[in-house]
Write a protein that binds this ligand. Sequence first.
Ligand code: SF4
Ligand code: SF4
Length: 262
Amino acid sequence: MWQYYHSVSLDVDKCKGCTNCIKGCPTEAIRVRNGKASIQENKCIDCGECIRVCPNNAKYASTDGFEKLREFKFKVALTAPAFYAQFREGITRENIMNALIKIGFDEVYEVPLAAEEVSLAIREHLEKNKGIRPLISSACPVVLRLIQTRFPELIKNIIPIKPPTEVAARRAKEVIIKTYGCKEEEIGVFFISPCPAKVAFTKQPIGMSKSHINGVLSMAGIYGEVLKNLDDGNFKSIFKSSCGIGINWGRSGGESLAIARP
Ligand code: SF4
Ligand code: SF4
């Protein structure tokens, strides 16, 4: 039987059986019996809502550890708009990138840059497929898994274009191979994720055989280290920077705005 990979898990010892998480779960995947919660694996879409609402920190997301960086010769961090948004006003993208280099990465690729490329591809797809509506973005792994498990009749409405994180990882590897002559297996691309569903998607991608992302680090786990190492240094990336349109993908309605932009 097909098994879904899940990043959201339960620490049974911490669970007090309060049922808070049942109320928040969008797929009714949680049961509480004999004072302890359990997650029904075939229903869970790794949205992380139960992590947010549990007052006892009994739910958690599994991510890769920082030590996984040691498996690769060349390490790339993928940054999302949500990561930039964690820092106070005045802290620039460059300050954050410098910090990532100080803590062990060799390069930083901005996911918003890939979002700009994806926006153009989606616009073209919408133009060519005017007869198919609604069309559903493939960017959110929670939405993809929800459709896969609950609404398979909508699979045909998903836009068949890879999400920005995947495009970013692919592009980063292409440029590094071209610039430094590295072998693909020597390059480790790590997404700094705000969301447990990205971990599940990377381990078990939907609509592709293998992810180009080699590891997922939690935003919460790396934030403190980056904060301690913020730097005005003069690191220059071999990659282009996002022009800002892709950064807006992190806002409500930002993806639609980017697609509609002339
Ligand atoms: S991660 Fe989301 S879908 Fe899974 S059990 Fe928690 S709330 Fe329900
Ligand atoms: S909210 Fe937390 S403590 Fe309450 S039942 Fe769910 S997992 Fe257990």
